[in-house]
Design a protein around this ligand. Structure first.
Ligand code: DMJ
Length: 824
């Protein structure tokens, strides 16, 4: 038995981190309050049945306004251009670059829209549209398309329409002529996508030529794909295999998912967003839940629901816990680096992440879903329409609005889960806003900038397949629908795949547990997914969720081991985990001193494994106690507060450079890191012009050998850095252009570059309040340049502590040598 005495003060290690967290929430609260104070129509009242029916009918009319505009003016084109009121054809309409990889001249909007017609109960139009697709759509074109988009919109659209055609034959006694033509088309298209999967990793290429496969010379250099692109295949391909009896699709899609899983960061369990399909190397290590990764997470969870393969739930749970630990920041979701997850890598969120609360609802974690949805709703009210990206202080980062479905999708799932009429009111507001700001004579037009409301000549196919579908579903009652949607999984493009597909079985797979997860991964889901599947998961969504479930931080082998450094005596989960590890805590002495004695015994541990963990915990606690006595705990606290990456811009408070203070700054991805004791020291000089975006600085001569300051805005961070470097600066500080911003209330982030590594000088970012202090110091002695040092914050603290220790030592030595004199 090991026994030791310590104090419960380790809980204070995370106090500053917690404080930061609360500051973020506080900032949000103030923001929310200020929006709401101008809003007299705060949605609180229940919605009458009459109003709900009217809104349902309005959603239907919106769909038809867009659908007819497409059919009458654009079909058989892939998309409608609502301002030109004509079709967008690949190779005919002026190219928009990579964006056009969505288009395959295969009447995408109609295929994507088919199942919405069934949900609306319009069987006649559905039958007509299916006939058109069978008659007109062909795939043998020399066109490079996106594998991901073609799969989710076309394969998914065809499969769902096939399933519903057969359903209607049985249930509505219509379409007796239908003989599975859509399924055959889906199979043909699936085959045309397969060459993309011939990579050494099994992870598919991003693009493929519909006729030539990967033999298209333009695809010779193809290497990179995004995580979502490669990880959003399985639902459609599994359905394709199960319905056709041809296993190849499902085999390939499972292999791609397995290969992706192996690429996760083993420490953080996070994924990056862009990777090399041949080497499996990560190209972009940013990790969030929005663009580039969103539907990978969605497909892990939904593959479990559709196919019943536990390994996907285990993987989802692992990633989910990592996301909630590192990416989630109150209601916000901010990218981090997969290999350095404590540092935020972006200070903005994209609108695609609005799907996340919907997925959280499905997985049973309601509370954070409600919070993030509420944040998004506030963003919507603030800017009328949710911009494509917005900053942590809810300013516009990218101003476009593409009529995306994600926010409405989450609103729908939250309403289904809670029955709270708030979500009907939110939907009403979203609907009315779309009507007011995006409806045009020929359909609905995206907005190029939500600040100006200027329209864009663009109406993506997902407007009909998702946005209006979810709006209609939100206001519908179950009895309004021909199908019971609870018996289906919605794909990422809102296509319907029946849960009964799992019963069709798959001879190629045995659903054994893989050895990289174990049963604890399921036990930690709440409600326990072990109990849910298959009885309840396949029942109505309402039964999925009974409330929010606490996330446990158990000590068992399936979860992360609780370390002594993370331990908080006030955290009930931690106390339980410690207890399971065979550790007993006994208060000693005066309770007010908070002293506890820890006892460890294998006998008391829940399992041998946990007993081992307990031993490790005790050893760590011993180390910590030692460190504490050596005053090094202070440094660890600093490390914990400022996380690993936070930089310091230190400046001398006196002319003799004796007394220094430091301000918080953020690093960049594109400049060299200052490691350990490395620092750059120099005098500060302001860029002229201050934004440093022109071809040359007008004060380039003055800049040489100094640390340059430039203001954020007008051009990228990295272009400012290049200009500074060109002028001979030894480092660059970019200061924020948003008044009042501060690292104390906003997460610090690392500035992104453009993938090149030609910047050789350190570059750091300072929020306005911190930079203001630097600027005041500059103004205090206008004749003398301000001397600054850029280094890691933790190193600055270490430097200060060392200085203090040295001063104390000197003072002590002086005192000792003076003693006899005094005695005399
Ligand atoms: C849709 O095509 C799908 O929802 C996809 O997963 C993400 N992007 C669009 C909608 O925004």
């Amino acid at each position: 038995m090991i026994m030791m005495t310590t104090t419960s003060s380790t809980s204070s290690l995370s106090c500053s981190a917690q404080r930061q967290h609360w500051l973020v929430l506080l900032a949000l609260f103030i923001f929310v309050a200020s929006v709401l104070s101008t809003e007299s129509s705060m949605p609180t009242q229940n919605m009458s049945h009459k109003e709900r029916t009217e809104l349902k009918e309005e959603a239907r009319e919106m769909f038809y306004h867009a659908y007819r505009a497409y059919m009458e003016n654009a079909y058989p084109a892939d998309e409608l251009m609502p301002l030109s009121c004509k079709g967008r054809y690949r190779g005919v309409t002026p190219s928009r670059g990579d964006m056009d990889d969505i288009l395959g001249n295969f009447s995408m909007t109609l295929v994507d829209t088919l199942d919405t017609l069934v949900l609306l109960g319009d069987f006649a139009e559905f039958e007509h549209a299916v006939k058109l697709v069978i008659r007109d759509v062909q795939f043998d074109s020399d066109i490079i398309v996106s594998v991901f988009e073609t799969n989710i919109r076309m394969v998914g659209g065809l499969l769902s329409a096939h399933i519903l055609s057969e359903y209607l034959q049985k249930q509505a006694d219509v379409m007796h002529w239908y003989k599975g033509e859509l399924l055959e088309m889906a199979r043909e298209l699936g085959y045309r996508l397969l060459p993309a999967f011939n990579t050494s990793t099994g992870i598919p290429h991003a693009r493929v030529n519909l006729r030539l496969g990967m033999k298209d010379p333009q695809l010779k250099v193809s290497r990179e794909t995004c995580t979502a692109c490669a990880g959003t295949i399985l639902l459609e391909f599994a359905a394709l295999s199960r319905l056709t009896g041809d296993p190849i699709f499902e085999v390939r899609a499972h292999a791609a998912m397995d290969a992706l899983w192996k690429l996760r960061h083993r420490g953080s369990d996070l994924m990056g967003t862009v990777l090399n399909v041949h080497s499996g190397d990560w190209v972009r290590r940013d990790s969030g839940v929005g663009a580039g990764i969103d539907s990978y997470y969605e497909y892990l969870f939904k593959s479990y629901v559709l196919l019943g393969d536990d390994k996907y739930l285990a993987r989802f749970n692992r990633h989910y816990n990592a996301v909630m630990k590192y990416v989630s920041e109150g209601p916000m979701l901010l990218d981090v680096l997969m290999h350095r997850p404590h540092a935020k890598s972006r200070n903005f969120m994209d609108s695609l992440l609005a799907f996340w609360p919907g997925l959280q609802v499905l997985s049973g974690d309601l509370k954070p879903a409600v919070q993030t949805h509420e944040m998004l709703y506030q963003v919507m009210q603030m800017h009328t329409l949710i911009p494509e990206a917005f900053t942590v202080d809810f300013q516009i980062h990218w101003g476009q609005h593409h009529l995306r479905p994600e926010f409405i999708e989450s609103t729908y799932f939250l309403y289904r889960a809670t029955g709270d009429h708030h979500y009907l009111q939110v939907g009403k507001r979203a609907l009315k806003t779309l009507q007011q700001y995006t409806k045009v004579a020929c359909g609905y037009a995206a907005v190029s900038d939500v600040r100006t409301g200027k329209h864009d000549d663009r109406m993506d196919s997902f407007v009909l397949s998702e946005t209006f579908k979810y709006l209609y579903l939100l206001f519908s009652e179950p009895q309004d629908l021909i199908i019971n949607v609870d018996e289906f999984v919605f794909t990422t493009e809102a296509h319907l795949l029946p849960l009964s597909i799992a019963q069709l079985g798959n001879s190629t797979f045995s659903f054994r547990q893989s050895d990289d997860h174990n049963v604890l991964d399921f036990m930690r889901t709440c409600p326990s997914s072990n109990k849910l599947f298959p009885e309840k998961v396949r029942k109505p969504l309402r039964n999925f969720i009974t409330g929010s479930c606490p996330r446990t931080t158990g000590s068992g082998s399936g979860g992360k081991r609780l370390s002594a450094l993370d331990f908080q005596a006030s955290n009930a989960d931690h106390l339980r985990a410690v207890y399971d590890m065979g550790i007993t805590m006994v208060s000693v002495g005066d309770r007010s001193q908070g002293k506890v004695r820890l006892f460890h015994s294998f006998y008391n541990a829940k399992s041998h494994e946990e007993g081992e963990m307990g031993l490790q915990f005790m050893q760590e606690m011993l180390e910590l106690t030692k460190l504490q006595s050596m005053n090094q705990l202070a440094q660890l606290q600093v490390r914990s507060k400022y996380k690993d990456l936070t930089m310091a811009v230190a400046f001398a408070l006196d002319e003799h450079l004796q007394d220094w203070t430091a301000l918080m700054a953020g690093p960049s991805h594109f400049s060299p890191e200052l490691i350990g004791e490395q620092f750059v020291e120099g005098d500060l000089v302001l860029a002229k012009p201050i934004r440093a975006c022109n071809e040359k600085l007008t004060n380039a001569e003055e800049v040489k050998g100094k640390i340059l300051v430039a203001e954020r805005g007008d051009c990228t961070f990295v272009s400012k850095a290049r200009l500074a470097q060109q002028a001979g600066a030894t480092a660059l500080i970019v200061c924020d252009n948003v008044p009042g911003s501060s690292g104390e209330t906003q997460p610090m982030f690392a500035m992104s570059g453009d993938g090149n590594d030609d910047v050789l000088i350190p570059v750091v970012f300072m929020y306005s309040l911190e930079f203001g202090k630097l600027s005041t110091a500059m103004q205090r002695r206008p004749q003398t340049p301000l001397r600054v040092r850029i280094m890691q914050m933790v190193e600055f603290k270490r430097w200060q502590l060392a200085k203090e220790a040295h001063q104390n030592e000197t003072a002590a030595t002086t005192a000792t040598t003076q003693k006899p004199d005094k005695e005399l």
